[in-house]
Design a protein around this ligand. Structure first.
Ligand code: GLU
Length: 281
């Protein structure tokens, strides 16, 4: 069976060793004669992305010897696809407008005695879920910015139990409910990471989604969105993350691990493959 994988960076900074690992990993998984390796530019957040970072992505990946299929899908050119999906979720009554600011949400959560600790994600307390139609309309016409949130309870009741498959960890029971009412369309632009990647992977026919283990939990949400939108569920493979010598995650602002800097310091693509312990495809 043909395997279609993809590497999906955001052009909001320079690629580093962690990106090299993810890109080569995805390319290596598509090494059969009929397999395909795609590149997707995830630039829905236009305030953080720019063309010079995008150019450096192409340059770094070519330098590593990777070869991807044309045309490259650029998310900013496909807002219509995300709007269509959002429209379907709206019509089915799975989403509601949310006018809360982050600050208001945090205050409400703390007031309810659920102050987040450490890296805890704040679960939305549902403030806007029960707004009546006239209240929603009033707030919208007053110009207050709003996002769209998924009514998780309703969504999960509709889909019933779901599972997805990770090639390393095996069958996973989907647990999207642990995230509460997630945002599917942000205030600034009418989609979100979760909605856009689910639609893109479907439209691009990706059959094996490889990505870092930091995104493992996101797959629970993507599986739910697939079920709500009647899309097939691809296979997943979440790989290890490349860390600094002291075990920290590599940050985009950390210059020392950037591919461009390593290249300038005289390293070859082979040196990079050795550093991340992968072999060229
Ligand atoms: N754009 C995401 C990132 O740069 C990757 C998304 C994905 O692989 O689903 O981390």
């Amino acid at each position: 069976m043909t395997i279609i994988t993809r590497f999906a960076p955001s052009p909001s900074g320079f690629l580093h060793l962690g990106h090299a690992y993810a890109a080569i990993y995805a390319a290596n998984c598509a090494n059969g004669s009929s397999d395909r390796f795609l590149l997707r530019i995830e630039d829905i957040d236009q305030s953080r992305c720019n063309l010079s970072f995008e150019k450096s992505i192409f340059h770094d990946l070519s330098w590593l010897g990777l070869d991807w299929e044309s045309p490259v899908r650029r998310q900013s050119e496909h807002f219509d696809d995300y709007d269509d999906a959002l429209q379907k979720l709206k019509v089915a009554g799975f989403v509601y407008p949310c006018f809360c600011t982050r600050k208001e949400i945090l205050h409400e959560v703390i007031a309810a005695g659920n102050a987040p600790h450490g890296n805890d994600k704040v679960i939305y307390p549902g403030t806007c879920k029960n707004l009546g139609e006239s209240e929603q309309e009033e707030l919208i016409s007053s110009g207050k910015p709003y996002a769209f949130r998924l009514n998780m309870k309703k969504a999960v009741e509709y889909t019933g139990g779901l599972a997805w498959y990770d090639r390393i960890k095996g069958k996973q029971i989907a647990r999207p409910e642990i995230f509460g009412d997630i945002i599917v369309a942000r205030k600034e632009f009418s989609t979100s990471y979760h909605l856009a990647v689910t639609i893109d992977d479907h439209l691009q026919g990706v059959s094996l989604i490889t990505r870092g283990s930091d995104l493992f939990d996101s797959s629970h949400i993507h599986r739910l969105l697939q079920a709500l939108l009647n899309l097939d569920s691809p296979c997943y493979e979440h790989h290890r993350l490349i860390t600094t010598p002291i075990g920290r995650r590599i940050a985009k602002r950390d210059k020392t691990n950037r591919l461009a800097d390593l290249r300038e310091r005289g390293m070859s693509p082979m040196d990079i493959y050795k550093m991340i312990e992968l072999t060229p495809w």
